[in-house]
Design a protein around this ligand. Sequence first.
Ligand code: ADE
Length: 248
Amino acid sequence: MGQHSTSDQPRDSAGTNSTPPWRATVITLLPDCLPGPLGVSLAGQALKDGIWALEAVALRDFGIGKHANVDDTPAGGGAGMVLRADVVGPAIEAARLQNPNTPVLYMSPRGTPLTQTMVEAWSKGPGLTILAGRFEGVDQRVLDAHDIEEVSIGDYVLSGGEVAAMAVLDACVRLLPGVMGQPQSLAEESFSNGLLEYPHYTRPRSWQGRDIPDVLLSGDHQKIADWRRAEALAITEARRPDLLKGVK
Ligand code: ADE
């Protein structure tokens, strides 16, 4: 995938463009990673429908010299390679021209841990520009020079930022109007009310000696809602007590 959109613009009955898509730009050494899993299922259909658009800015296009070098050894010595400021800087500027007025994220294990609250805020904006690093990281000066938010998807180290960028985009895109079939399921899912989600069951009624809890078959909507709330509280208390601060 090059620096071109993978989606057509949505068209109204007059054949003209309607609302502009939520726009994502990923700055990467590996543009072929995109759209990856975002090209199928709900996100993929929404991409085809023009609800969102995805563009890659290839870092290699900004490489230096005959070999289009993008990295060099760390100042002060040490293992690995660092992405050069004079490569990443111009790539960020190009991405900003392509996708103006969007927050610029840098995916990194030392960033702010990603939360559903951050995702909700970004999905309400015009889109995102995401820098996906490789090697040991990016020259610090380029992060300092641009208004960049460092974001982590968890306390572990990936081999590059692309998978992390796709996680952020997947989480944002599914919240865009028209992407999910049933908006009600968004309201009930984990984190949306500060709790982990209650357990789900479906047919068969009895499976390998395990039955669906009776209350779910009672038809009493209030009792079912109360049971689900109690289960959500219990599972949150057991697995993520930190989330319960501030939940009424
Ligand atoms: N790049 C490498 N590891 C990462 C992580 N845990 N989160 C975000 N970006 C990363």
